[in-house]
Design a protein around this ligand. Structure first.
Ligand code: TXA
Ligand code: MG
Length: 350
């Protein structure tokens, strides 16, 4: 890494220019967006994009999202936009929504892993928009993390794993949302949610469009099964320690079940990822280490913390960890999607 740049307080114009020039010259950078940090490069530069795959150790069949800052750039990237896709753009861009669209030839196949579609997003984060706009090129950027690990939402979480493989890391503080963008694809005029995020099913329904959830959001992909988005096939967000997700809308039922698991494993060191409000219930148990994932009355706080807390799990020498789930509504759907995958589909719903 050439430099860790601090844009938390303000964007330094000269530094911004230096970074943007280096992007045009083929650099790879870590930069903030409103969802999670991205590891990005000029989407039109094959060898720069290749460096992203190497830095992340990313499977070569998992395509990258292309980030744009204006609609002229969209025209350079995709060949067609339907009126339904336009509705989504008007309502949710700039913001945490990625739309899968037919790609133009100019986008190299390495970006899309030979698919004829490309995921496009116009982020709202000021630093991200400035970088794309000043570079003047679309930026291909997956989440900034080694493949399989939780996405980076804080520079301190990812600096060690990425510093040797990128040119600049730009610190913009903690990511506002904390979960990756909602990924959608229009099919027969229906919005298919391929990855849930902060733009919720309810938000999309409010535009008058029909919405369906992909069948793999909470179900593991079987061998040889076809998927709508390659990312669904790959193990993700997973801590090393065995982890169970427990959820019931009856709080007592959920707590009793978690206590049963703690008692059955009283010779083991157990991590609980739970809500602030439940801390008192767990902290006196001798074999338990409690970690807070936010407030149960504020799911946005859970979204913001969840990846950092998942990363912490492996820092304590645990034998087992248990996560308190949330209702699959609003952003809760995206939180449960990430947690379900983090647990390797080891879920108890009561
Ligand atoms: O919020 C975000 O989306 C962040 C920030 C940096 O923008 N990026 C991100 O990228 O999460 P990544 O690469 O970690 O996730 C992209 C997801 C993957 O699951 C990938 O399979 C899917 O989008 N995807 C990309 N292009 C696709 C395509 N053409 N068709 C279907 N799925 C696609
Ligand atoms: Mg990712």
């Amino acid at each position: 890494m050439k430099e860790l740049i601090d844009f938390k307080e303000k964007i330094d114009k000269d530094k911004l220019e230096e970074v943007c020039k280096s992007i045009k010259d083929g650099s790879v950078i870590v930069f903030p967006t409103e969802t999670v940090y991205g590891i990005g490069a000029n989407a039109l530069d094959k060898s720069a994009v290749k460096k992203i795959f190497m830095a992340k150790n990313r499977p070569t069949d998992n395509p990258l999202i292309v980030h744009i800052s204006n609609y002229d750039m969209l025209d350079k990237v995709v060949s067609n936009v339907t009126k339904y896709e336009k509705i989504l753009m008007d309502k949710f861009w700039p913001g945490p929504l990625t739309i899968i669209l037919p790609k133009k030839e100019e986008i190299p196949n390495i970006v899309t892993c030979n698919l004829d579609t490309v995921g496009v997003r116009m982020p709202s984060n000021k630093i991200a928009i400035n970088i794309i706009e000043k570079s003047g090129v679309p930026i291909a950027a997956p989440s900034a993390n080694i493949s399989g690990k939780p996405s980076g939402t804080l520079v301190t979480d990812i600096v060690d794993e990425l510093k040797d493989s990128v040119d600049y890391i730009i610190d913009g503080g903690i990511s506002d949302i904390g979960l990756e963008s909602t990924v959608v694809k229009l099919e027969n005029d229906v919005v298919n949610i391929l990855r849930p995020g902060a733009i919720t099913k309810e938000d999309i329904l409010s535009t008058g469009l029909n919405v369906v959830l992909d069948k793999h959001l909470f179900k593991d992909v079987q061998e040889n099964e076809k998927v709508a988005s390659p990312g669904m096939k790959h193990r993700h967000y997973a801590p090393k320690v065995k982890t169970i997700l427990v959820y019931s809308n009856d709080e007592k039922k959920e707590y009793d079940r978690i206590c049963d698991i703690i008692n059955e494993n009283n010779n083991k060191k157990i991590g609980i990822l739970g809500f602030n409000e439940n801390k008192e219930k767990y902290i006196n148990k001798p074999n338990v280490k409690f970690m807070c994932i936010g407030s149960k009355h504020d799911l946005n706080s859970v979204a913001k913390n969840v990846f950092t807390v998942l990363r912490k799990l492996d820092k304590y020498d645990l034998d087992l960890s248990i996560i308190e789930g949330v209702e699959k509504q609003g952003i809760g759907l995206a939180i449960m999607n990430r947690l379900t995958r983090a647990c390797g589909y080891n879920v108890i719903e009561l």
